[in-house]
Design a protein around this ligand. Structure first.
Ligand code: SF4
Length: 324
């Protein structure tokens, strides 16, 4: 059975239960016409002032035959919780997964044990799945290194591969084979040579051509913060609970900022784009990005799926010129 997920969760548990995880965000944004999912949600009553990711997920579920959805009820946002309530009323089975309030291994073990029970998996099978996914996660870390260190992989390619690690496209074996092929081809390329190195922090941008626009202006994206977090890039920890406790996204922004500052220094990043979704509470966190990070930060937001608008283009141009 396909199980929909709305954010990164311990996906090893879904595989261990014999089901196939399906990241609904990826279906939404990779559709030829993602706007129509948003329109469908608005037709169903979702307010215009709701984040487009939430509406997109709801629109996807109106079309896809997915009856069970794991909703992150702690560590994501209140919109997700309300989405789960509407879906439950629509007849879907909702399984809540809550990240602990603070990053604590013992509490993470309890949260994962509950998910194991809810999905009918076993701890042994979860450990087996973790052993299968760990090498794939390490390959993604190598792909990330080929992006920032060897300059062989573009920011858009980096994002696409890393975001897919939320569900491994439902088929880790095939994902691993395709990743091997991608890396084999990438190492044969000539290194890219951009003068300005950028990072993008925040949820994956809903803007369809952001990376192309940045490259045309002479800069390269060598760090995708949240997609990198999805891949759990810190090497295999001894337990799954330890692995997910290091995931920064569900916790206080200060912890994310420490990670971002470390990576920006390591990757010699000239400037950071902090992307936030229109109507998302994370726009408030932008204050702390500006206060705490020691590199230039450009705050960008977008509402609907689609290309870069004129005002945003001017702001990106000015930012890159300033960095140059
Ligand atoms: S972008 Fe913000 S509001 Fe939208 S689902 Fe993510 S956390 Fe919630």
């Amino acid at each position: 059975m396909k199980i929909g997920i709305t954010s990164t969760i311990p996906v090893e548990v879904v595989f261990a239960s014999g089901h196939t995880p399906c990241d609904l965000n990826n279906i939404f944004i990779s559709a030829p016409d993602p706007e129509h999912f948003v329109r469908q949600a608005e037709d169903a009553g979702f307010p215009r002032t709701t984040c487009a990711w939430i509406k997109g997920i709801y629109g996807v579920l109106l079309e896809e035959e997915i009856d069970t959805i794991i909703i992150v009820s702690g560590g994501d946002c209140s919109n997700s919780i309300a989405l789960g309530e509407v879906l439950s009323h629509d007849g879907k089975r909702i399984i809540p997964f809550s990240y602990p309030l603070k990053p604590d291994v013992a509490e993470m073990e309890i949260a994962i044990a509950k998910l194991i029970r809810d999905l009918g998996a076993t701890s042994d099978k979860v450990a087996d799945c973790k052993r299968q996914l760990d090498p794939i996660r390490q390959k993604l870390t190598e792909l990330d290194r080929l992006t920032w260190h060897d300059n062989l992989v573009s920011g858009a390619e980096n994002l696409l591969q890393l975001v897919s690690s939320s569900d491994f496209n439902g088929n880790p074996g095939l994902f691993s084979t395709n990743l091997d092929e991608f890396i084999t081809q990438a190492v044969k390329r000539q290194p890219r040579n951009h003068k300005i190195r950028l990072g993008i922090a925040g949820v994956p941008p809903i803007i369809s051509n952001l990376f192309e626009v940045i490259e045309e202006l002479g800069a390269a994206v060598v760090f995708n913060e949240v997609p990198r977090q999805f891949s759990l890039p810190w090497g295999p920890q001894s337990t799954i609970a330890e692995q997910y406790t290091r995931y920064t996204y569900p916790y206080q922004v200060e912890r994310r900022l420490d990670d971002i500052a470390t990576i920006c220094a390591e990757r010699q990043i000239d400037g950071l784009i902090h992307y936030t979704q229109t109507f998302c509470f994370r726009q408030i966190e932008d204050i702390l990005f500006k206060r705490k990070l020691d590199i230039p930060v450009l705050s960008l937001e977008a509402d609907q799926p689609g290309p870069v608008d004129g005002r945003t283009l001017t702001r990106i141009e000015t930012f890159i010129e300033m960095l140059q």
